[in-house]
Design a protein around this ligand. Structure first.
Ligand code: TXA
Ligand code: MG
Length: 316
């Protein structure tokens, strides 16, 4: 049987399926299956207060899930979908409240990976899917990662390496504003630009919103410590580590990677790098990073993930 047909059969039977998206691999269930939705939380060991993102085929399907598909949502969907942008809107009454963790609002996105799109199309209904990792751990960007993380018995569609590499931008959509809860490849600047083109004079702000309960302080964590090293080259980092007896204890077999590439490459490599390091018997992962990046929108998604994955920071 073709792998997508098999996945559709499983989803219809209330099972979960690993699926590639352009950001990271997701663990999907049909939004119509209570059994499937429950299995997502079980397998991920995810608390029920953390809402799931619903993946749709297009904006038209998104409309069936919400009460308030406003011109802002329409403009952003038209421009950025299929793509790595999740829109959080007021949910329709009919949507299973377990998906939204009891919240009145639902996160929706249309992924651009052809396999994800075909799967949603063939299933004929949207798919709820968080990233396919254990709660708080690093998101998978290859099929093997999912199998390793969740077990060989999970059916996972093969879709190659994820192109983007970090999770989608999550944006709360209101009548008068847009709030960014999780930065990603699509930046606040990109969003503002598109709203402007559509004559929507709307504020776009980053918020640490209480309505995004999944945004815990620690998240995306590999099994070994992540150390952020600010404003140093590799040699300076190694000298710095050697000079502190306390740090030297955990950095004896450190992997050091200074992020001086462009942000798109850094994002694509980041989680793969975490996994490579923890599997290669390094004692810790040291990421070299620069304070100037905080002023550059394209780095904010990566900085956000690093801030949540880090164990400690070192400075010149
Ligand atoms: O790129 C992605 O978004 C990937 C792929 C698989 O699509 N999915 C993903 O899902 O990262 P997950 O569950 O790991 O992260 C979703 C986060 C939640 O933890 C929460 O912070 C936010 O999105 N979110 C989802 N629904 C929300 C809601 N109704 N209100 C506020 N935040 C929400
Ligand atoms: Mg996740």
């Amino acid at each position: 049987m073709h792998q997508i047909d098999k996945a559709v059969t499983l989803l219809k039977a209330g099972e979960v399926v690993g699926m590639p998206t352009e950001t990271v691999y997701g663990l999907g269930a049909s939004i119509d299956s209570q059994a499937g939705i429950s299995k997502i939380f079980e397998l991920k060991e995810r608390p029920f207060f953390d809402p799931l993102i619903v993946h749709v085929r297009n904006a038209q399907q998104a409309r069936t899930l919400v009460k308030d598909w406003n011109p802002i949502a329409q403009a952003l969907a038209e421009h950025f979908w299929p793509g790595p942008l999740t829109l959080v809107c007021e949910k329709a009454d009919s949507l299973n409240p377990m998906i939204t963790a009891g919240l009145e609002r639902v996160g929706i996105r249309c992924p651009s990976h052809p396999i994800a799109l075909e799967l949603i199309e063939k299933l004929g209904s949207p798919i709820a899917a968080p990233s396919a990792n254990k709660f708080k751990k690093t998101s998978p960007t290859r099929r093997e990662h999912v199998l390793k993380e969740l077990g060989e018995e999970v059916f996972v569609l093969e879709g190659g390496n994820c192109e983007v590499g970090i999770e989608s931008t999550v944006a709360g959509i209101f009548e008068d504003r847009v709030e960014i809860y999780r930065p990603g490849k699509i930046t606040a600047r990109d969003i503002k630009e598109v709203l402007k083109q559509n004559d929507l004079d709307i504020n776009v702000e980053h918020t640490q919103s209480p309505v995004a309960p999944g945004q815990l302080k620690h998240h995306y964590m590999p099994d070994i410590p992540v150390i952020l090293a600010w404003d140093m080259n590799e040699e300076q980092i190694r000298n710095k580590m050697a000079s502190s007896r306390e740090i030297a204890k955990i950095t004896s077999r450190a992997n050091v990677w200074v992020l001086k590439d462009d942000p798109a490459t850094a994002a694509r490599m980041l989680y793969q790098h975490f996994r490579h390091c923890q599997e290669s018997a390094f004692s810790c992962i040291v990421i070299g990073i620069f304070t100037a990046y905080r002023q550059q929108e394209d780095w904010l998604g990566i900085l956000n993930r690093l801030d949540k994955a880090k164990t400690l920071e070192i400075f010149p």
